[in-house]
Ligand binder design. Structure first.
Ligand SMILES: [Zn+2]
Length: 154
């Protein structure tokens, strides 16, 4: 009985946490997360809307995805939520502007939990956080975004 419960627990956990992202496999069998629009498509669109400078170069040669009047912004897909915080905080230190995570949610219902984590930490550690979706940025107009190098155009 104990074993049964244990197996059930493992089944539950692995199905809850392992499969929140849609994975694909490269020809060499490397796992990667499939994206309809590239990270850059979200970055370009958001940064243009917010009059930011893209790929702003810091003194240590790291690059801020988008530097706006008030923020040093890092973009990441939801599966990289933890990494995005580290990068935003580093950009904050380097630029003197408030760090900001813009988390990309491709499946907002499933992935909101990751934004919630970032948002909660943003309040405690005093950086900014926002999420975007393809709908919010209107990337699906005519089913394709304006960036020809994006997968949605291939
Ligand atoms: Zn696209």
């Amino acid at each position: 009985m104990k074993k049964y419960l244990y197996n059930f627990f493992i089944f539950f956990i692995s199905n809850t946490f392992c499969c929140a992202f849609e994975y694909g496999y490269t020809i060499n069998d490397f796992k990667y997360v499939k994206h309809n629009h590239s990270e850059l498509s979200y970055q370009h669109t958001w940064c243009a809307k917010n009059n930011g400078i893209e790929e702003y170069k810091n003194n240590d040669l790291t690059r801020v995805d988008c530097l706006t009047k008030y923020n040093a912004v890092e973009f990441d897909f939801a599966n990289k939520w933890a990494e995005s915080i580290g990068q935003a905080l580093h950009y904050q230190k380097m630029t003197g502007k408030k760090g900001k995570v813009v988390l990309i949610l491709e499946n907002p219902e499933k992935e909101m939990i990751y934004f919630k984590r970032v948002k909660d930490l943003a309040e405690i550690y005093n950086f900014d956080a926002e999420y975007v979706t393809s709908k919010i940025l209107n990337l699906n107009k005519n089913k394709k975004c304006p960036y020809l190098d994006c997968k949605c155009n291939k």
